[in-house]
Design a protein around this ligand. Structure first.
Ligand code: ADP
Ligand code: ASP
Ligand code: MG
Length: 405
């Protein structure tokens, strides 16, 4: 008998029929003898719909009220699901974030989970009741509702699994596992049977939204195995586990892309000590994560500074940078939202040279211009024009021999 946490994503609970199918699955698993704790997302499209409503009220929605609004998406699915289970003759109980409680810090819309006391969930389990937890939401120490950031139900699921010391965390979604690249834009992508936390973490942070990055961080830190699988079929999916000798040491194991970045350039910045700190401190104070940075020296004592931020933070970052530019006497600030980041990932890169230049060759052969480059031990990323994203992904997937045989 195992304790399993199962998370179902938005497409898996997109309407009442699908919620009933999920309820049947969960009940079947329980009848096999396992204890199941369920974590649910909102119905597909619901969180976007709620964001649009908020934007009709305020250009920059109040963070506290926005979280109150967004958390309602998951409130709907956990209640409907619990009803479906009861109708089928088993018992279930819904838990909102504050009822578990899922304790977080108070950073609205990007809150971090700090602790999940499990006594209420344990009590339900011991009575044979299926606990059904709202993903994506928590409660701060001041009693305010918080949300964890887009895709955050994955993180709720893994954090609940870790807190309960579950045997496995199963993430049910609309694809049947983690692929060598997004199967929805590259039909020749292959399913990966086992992947290390480390590679999965790179993939998630570089745009493979099949798992939210913090869920992988949690799983890696506590050694919680994740099984990514389809909620529509019974086939085994992908196991995300500790790196082991069974794993192939392939050079490049996956290709990812992200359209979630924007680029900001500050032109003709005085080149003297302290300038970078003056530019980037106010951005980090605003909780905005800067990804790539490049600095080009011009003739004389002037330099151009270019960096990327998440697209959602672009407007705020631009207004911060415009103020800084004036203060430090830079010439001008330019922004570009039509960029994408394509990356290749593989633990085998640690011991091999020449992978980055192969990537540049492949992109050049397809006439894709590279705007920025960054590398780490196990990945290489290039910023390109957004309109070449799919072309670049397919070219790299083929070029590194990842296509289905
Ligand atoms: P859910 O709503 O179930 O959380 P998501 O939309 O967040 O689902 O994540 C699943 C999607 O992730 C897939 O439909 C697929 O388009 C995308 N995806 C991106 N990269 C990959 C990859 N390497 N393997 C599998 N899916 C990927
Ligand atoms: N409903 C939230 C979102 O759409 C959380 C999730 O689905 O994981 O981002
Ligand atoms: Mg998701």
């Amino acid at each position: 008998m195992a304790l399993v946490v199962q998370k179902y994503g938005g497409t898996s609970v997109a309407n009442c029929n699908r919620i009933k199918r999920v309820a049947e699955r969960v009940i079947a698993r329980k009848e096999e003898g396992d204890d199941v704790v369920v974590v649910l997302s909102a119905m597909a499209g619901q969180t976007n719909y709620l964001i649009d409503l908020a934007l009709e009220m305020q250009a920059h929605p109040d963070p506290r009220e926005l979280d109150v609004l967004l958390s309602t998406g998951e409130q709907v699915t956990i209640a409907l699901f619990s009803m479906a289970v009861k109708e089928m003759g088993q018992d279930a109980r819904s838990f909102l974030g504050y009822q578990v409680p899922v304790e977080t810090d108070s950073a609205h819309s990007k809150a971090r989970i700090q602790n999940i006391p499990t006594s209420k969930l344990q009590e339900a389990i011991s009575k044979g009741i299926i606990p059904v937890v709202a993903g994506f939401q928590g409660v701060s120490s001041t009693g305010d509702i918080t949300t964890l950031g887009r895709g955050g139900s994955d993180t709720t699921a893994v954090a609940v699994a870790v807190s309960l010391d579950a045997d496995v965390c199963e993430i049910y979604t609309d694809v049947d596992g983690v692929y060598t690249t997004d199967p929805n834009i590259c039909p020749s992508a292959r399913k990966i049977e086992r992947i290390s936390y480390e590679e999965m973490l790179e993939m998630a942070s570089l745009g493979a939204k099949v798992l939210e990055i913090r869920s992988v961080e949690f799983a890696m830190r506590y050694g919680m195995p994740i099984h990514v699988r389809s909620s529509f079929t019974g086939t085994p999916g992908t196991m995300v586990v500790k790196e082991d000798e069974l794993m192939e040491d392939v050079l490049v194991s996956s290709v990812t892309y992200s359209r979630d970045e924007a680029r900001i350039t500050i032109k003709k910045v005085p080149d003297r000590p302290g300038i970078a700190a003056m530019i980037f401190n106010p951005i980090s104070d605003a909780n905005i994560i800067v990804d790539m940075i490049i600095q080009n020296t011009r003739a004389g004592d002037l330099t151009d500074m270019t960096f990327t931020v998440p697209k959602g933070d672009f407007d705020q970052a631009m207004s911060i940078v415009e103020k800084t530019a004036e203060k430090i006497g830079a010439e001008s600030v330019a922004g570009d939202k039509n960029i994408a980041k394509v990356s290749i990932i593989g633990v085998g890169m640690r011991n091999h040279a020449g992978i980055a230049s192969r990537m540049f060759d492949i992109l050049a052969r397809h006439n894709v211009n590279i705007l920025m480059i960054s590398t780490s031990e196990i990945k290489v990323s290039c910023i390109i024009d957004e309109k070449y994203t799919e072309l670049a992904v397919r070219a790299l997937h083929e070029g590194f021999g990842l296509d289905k045989k």
